[in-house]
Design a binder for this molecule. Structure first.
Ligand code: GLC
Ligand code: CA
Length: 629
């Protein structure tokens, strides 16, 4: 039996399972819903230049004071997000769900969880975001559903119902022993016995999350219908959750299979054919060589999280050595044109230690896990600030590295004010507590009674909402929040951070992480740029283009001190000799690069970003505020 075939005209095809299309206010409409009126402005590769912000709608702002953050609340905070300077929001799953896995256990793909509002609220939110040129992507969980999803309810009801093979069933639990269990601390097998059907079903995550069977074309068509539904509504794309596990094959680990890649290519083709300027971002917790396959030949995902880089940033600052970072970057293959890494420090999950060696894992645990309660699955259930012992200098340094390495940075909500965590909460709720807006009741998140809140806000003396909140930091110009906002503004002026080439700068001091981000040469794509490593030419025309917001023509040198002590850096910059480094934040020119190594001294966890300006006759680098004229 096949999935109900959409019968709508192309852009308005009804997703399978959706309510019948109705018309409201004349004109053809999605099923009863007006799609967003306004696409955000910007070129097709907006995602290569943008800054992403990951948000838990449930935890952001509660507009109706029922204790749960909602879409209207998120909309009410768009002023703040615009002020902060982010380009794209990533919404964690907002679909109906029994919430046994933070909403990644979906029981209906085609609407909004009633706690958070309805589809109209979503569209109004999208309109408002797009009006501000903020894009919105959402989690799309293709791999599995909740066991409460009507598809599974039907599938488990017998061996011969119309959805009998929409999931993966087997008579015994011995098949595919090579496939690892992801949540090792909770699940013992990827198979669970179903009493009703008298068979085992397959699940890569929790046992209440049965995997869909992608060998069944009806499942593929149903999920593509889900994709079209949300794109028709105006979403700017998806984060593809848990994407390596879509297929199972004998004798394999069931990860990164060719069938999975073929399906992603098919998905991308569907999207490109009808929905311009959207983005697909893969969540694949894999080693770099497997990760890059998710870009395909530029015909799979536009973006991919760089999972192995993340723990190595934390390792590098504890070891006070660049090696963990440079080693993983060296192992990272080039990516096709038009693709981009998504890079991050923390997210809504545990700080995963899946893609490190055993020795590295032991090191991370020894350094960052003060209490066994902080362990979650294969990682650490803590937020950024407590991981760094609240060290603001170190937080600034890590953000500087994050904002200057190749890739688009993804900020996790609350980390912009250095919020804390609550390791006494179960699973990953430790890092999903309410956003701290003000010192008011419930941190300004909600006016509901405390007991009604979806999770308790932090109230400890160090990270509690009285000590850490947006309002206080907005009032204080020297707060971390203001620092972050201003560095994002600086970053925005130099598109080279998003799209430029990357070249490590040799330095004898192992605590120094230095690199140059260069604009692509005019002809030839990134391939050629990477091969030649040729820096851009600082011509007048180039500078004019940079002012116009095009690719700037000057390389940017980034120098970071990963040590808690002051460090000297002798940098081999001979290739750029004759250029003047102008520090980006203050626009202060430093001594020109000569023909010997270039010396810079950095304070504890200090960093500099310099534009390397080539002086042409009659032109001087413009001194900025406090500049040495
Ligand atoms: C992804 C999500 C995680 C979830 C898992 C299973 O890894 O990030 O939160 O638990 O998928 O759905
Ligand atoms: Ca609410």
């Amino acid at each position: 039996m096949s999935a109900p075939r959409p019968t709508r005209p192309s852009r308005l095809r009804r997703a399978p399972g959706a309510a019948p299309a109705t018309r409201r206010g004349g004109g053809a409409r999605l099923p009863g819903i007006r799609p967003t009126a306004l696409p955000a402005r910007g070129g097709a590769d907006w995602y290569r230049r943008g800054v992403f912000y990951e948000v838990l709608t449930r935890g952001f702002f509660d507009s109706n004071n029922d204790g749960i953050g909602d879409l209207a609340g998120l909309r009410a905070k768009l002023d703040y997000l615009e002020w902060l300077g982010i380009d794209c929001l990533w919404l964690l799953p907002f679909y109906p769900s029994p919430l046994r896995d933070g909403g990644y256990d979906i029981s209906d793909f085609l609407t909004v969880h009633p706690d958070l509002g309805n589809l109209d609220d979503l569209v109004e939110f999208l309109d408002d975001a797009h009006r501000r040129d903020i894009r919105v992507i959402a989690d799309l969980v293709m791999n599995h559903t909740s066991d409460q999803h009507p598809w599974f309810v039907e599938s488990r009801s017998s061996r011969h119902n119309p959805k009998a093979d929409w999931y993966v069933w087997n008579d015994d639990d011995q098949r595919w022993p090579e496939a690892r269990v992801v949540f090792v601390d909770v699940e013992t097998s990827n198979w669970t016995w179903d009493q009703q059907r008298q068979q085992y079903y397959w699940h890569r995550f929790y046992s209440h999350q049965p995997d869909l069977n992608y060998d069944n074309p009806d499942v593929v068509e149903a999920m593509f219908g889900v994709v079209r539904f949300w794109l028709d509504l105006g979403l700017d794309g998806f984060r593809l959750d848990a994407v390596p596990y879509l297929f199972q094959r004998d004798g394999t680990t069931g990860e990164n299979l060719p069938e999975t890649h073929a399906l992603l290519r098919q998905l991308r083709k569907e999207i490109d054919a009808a929905y311009p300027n959207r983005v697909v971002l893969a969540e694949a917790n894999q080693w770099p060589s497997d990760l890059v396959d998710y870009f395909g030949d530029g015909d799979e995902c536009h973006m991919c999280f760089h999972f192995p880089l993340m723990p190595r940033l934390f390792m590098a600052v504890r070891r006070e050595q660049r090696f963990p970072v440079t080693e993983i970057l060296a192992q990272t293959p080039e990516i096709p044109d038009g693709c981009q890494w998504a890079i991050f420090l923390r997210n809504h999950d545990e700080l995963t230690l899946e893609k490190v060696t055993e020795e590295e894992r032991d090191y991370m645990v020894a350094e960052y896990v003060k209490d066994p309660r902080m362990r979650r699955h294969m990682g650490i259930g803590r937020r950024l600030a407590p991981l760094l012992d609240g060290d603001r200098k170190l937080a600034e340094l890590l953000h500087a590295v994050l904002f200057s390495l190749p890739g688009s940075p993804v900020i996790y909500y609350g980390d912009e004010v250095l919020m804390g965590d609550n390791v006494y909460l179960g699973d990953r709720d430790s890092v999903r507590t309410p956003m701290q807006w003000s010192p008011d009741r419930n941190g300004g998140f909600s006016r509901a009674d405390f007991a009604q809140l979806y999770l308790p806000p932090l109230m400890d003396p160090v990270y509690g909402y009285e000590a850490v909140n947006v309002e206080a930091q907005q009032r204080n110009p020297s707060s971390h929040l203001h620092w972050l906002r201003s560095i994002l503004q600086t970053r925005r002026q130099f598109p080279v951070f998003g799209t430029g080439t990357f070249e490590l700068v040799p330095c004898g001091n192992p605590s120094i992480l230095a690199y140059v981000r260069s604009p692509l040469p005019e002809a030839g794509g990134p391939e050629r740029a990477r091969r030649t490593g040729r820096p851009g030419r600082g011509t007048r025309a180039g500078r004019a283009r940079a002012r116009n917001g095009d690719e700037g023509d000057n390389p940017v040198l980034c120098v970071h001190n990963l040590s808690r002590f002051a460090q000297p850096a002798e940098l081999d910059l001979v290739r750029w000799s004759g250029r003047t480094p102008v520090e980006l934040l203050g626009r202060v020119p430093f001594a020109p690069v000569g023909s010997v190594s270039y010396g810079v001294t950095l304070g504890p966890y200090g960093f500099y970003w310099f534009e390397l300006i080539e002086e042409t006759a009659g032109e001087q680098p413009a001194p900025g505020p406090g500049g040495l004229a």
